[in-house]
Each structure stands twice: as C-alpha cells, then as structure tokens.
Design a protein around this ligand. Structure first.
Ligand SMILES: CC(C)(COP(=O)(O)OP(=O)(O)OC[C@H]1O[C@@H](n2cnc3c(N)ncnc32)[C@H](O)[C@@H]1OP(=O)(O)O)[C@@H](O)C(=O)NCCC(=O)NCCS
Length: 167
C-alpha cells in the first residue's frame, strides 16, 4: 500500500463521476476585456476557459493542477462588451496523472436573452503533488451515454496530442 503525506492510500482512489467536479462560472465583458471594436479579446476568453477547466480538474483530483495542452480553439462569434460569458467545464477522461476537460463558452446577451455557444476546447491538466511532480488522480466514472462516448473518443485525441508532443 502506498500512502501519501496525508496517510491516504493512493493505490485505491475512489472513482468519481464527471458531474461531481463540473464547474460553471460567469464573467461580464467589461471595457478592459475588449479590443478597439468592443469585442471580447481572444486571450481573455482563453484565460477564463483555462481557469474554469483547471477548477474542474482540481476538484476531481483534490489537488493543484497545471495545464499541459490545449487543443485547437476556434472563435465562432464575437462576444460584445456588456454581454455575459458562461463557462462550463467538465471532465471527459482521466489517465494516470492527467485529465482531459472540455470547456464550453457561451455568450449571453441580457437584453435580448439570446445565448450562443461561442467556443469549445479540450484542455489537458496534470495533477501535481507538493513537490510539483505528477500525482495519481482518481478514476473517472462516466454515467451518461454522452459521458461514455466522450470518454471513448478521448483516447484518440490523447494519441494525437502525444504524437504532437513527440512521445
Ligand atoms: C506538468 C509537468 C510537471 C509534467 O511533467 P512531465 O515530465 O511532462 O510528466 P509526464 O511526462 O510523466 O506526464 C504526466 C502526464 O501528463 C501527460 N502529458 C504531458 N504532456 C502532455 C501533452 N502535451 N498532451 C497530453 N498529455 C500530456 C502525460 O501523458 C502523463 O499522463 P498520464 O500520467 O495520465 O499517463 C510538466 O510538463 C510541466 O511542468 N509543464 C509545464 C506546466 C505549465 O507551466 N503550464 C502552464 C501554466 S499552468
């Protein structure tokens, strides 16, 4: 039996469903978040997405996490100053120390009530111990058909990422 510093047996971590660590955050697009056209800066949105994903991964792993990869990120619609950005992050797959999280960003116009999906991307995070080294994470237990599908498809995405990384 391998015990960590808190006396927890790390070889028998209990599995958790994606719903247990799901995160939703909301941001208001203020003038400082926009470009000269009054549209949300892409870098600001990426930052918010990274944070939402990291919180979901941290919640699953009960640990500090680091971002190691972000898959492609398309900007489909401009988000205007004064709109809300809703960020939803959910685990789709876990490995030994790494976790894949899908983060979706929606823009909500409070005046019209319209909500549109503007971006989605897969982020990979690694759980870190107190020395900054990768640490084992609990298994993920998908519950719904959609979660099971996302988990199956994640293996293929991971292969491509590792090829890109050269491992
Ligand atoms: C996180 C870090 C300590 C991991 O160290 P490492 O030497 O890469 O560790 P490993 O090679 O054992 O990889 C750890 C896990 O990450 C996965 N991983 C690493 N790079 C990856 C990538 N580009 N894509 C997908 N998975 C990756 C590995 O497959 C492994 O997964 P597993 O344990 O589930 O099988 C190191 O990569 C690091 O410090 N990176 C910088 C993180 C950072 O600063 N991020 C930005 C700010 S948060």
């Amino acid at each position: 039996m391998i015990k960590n510093g808190n006396g927890v047996d790390e070889t028998s971590l209990n599995g958790k469903p994606p719903s247990a660590s799901e995160v939703q955050t909301v941001e208001l697009v203020l003038p400082n978040d926009t470009n000269l056209l009054g549209n949300l800066l892409g870098g600001r949105l990426m930052h918010w997405m990274d944070l939402a994903g990291a919180m979901a991964a941290s919640r699953h792993a009960n640990s500090i996490v680091a971002t190691v990869a972000v898959d492609s990120l398309d900007f489909r619609h401009p988000v205007r100053q004064g709109e809300m950005v809703i960020l939803k992050a959910k685990l789709t797959w876990v490995g030994n120390t790494s976790m894949e999280v899908i983060v979706r960003a929606y823009a909500e116009n409070m005046i019209s009530g319209n909500v549109i999906l503007t971006n989605e991307a897969y982020f990979t995070f690694v759980a870190l111990d107190e020395n900054g080294r990768p640490k084992k994470v609990p298994p993920l237990v998908p519950e719904t058909e959609e979660e099971m599908k996302a988990c199956r498809e994640a293996e293929e995405r991971r292969k491509k990422r590792l090829q890109r990384r050269g491992k």
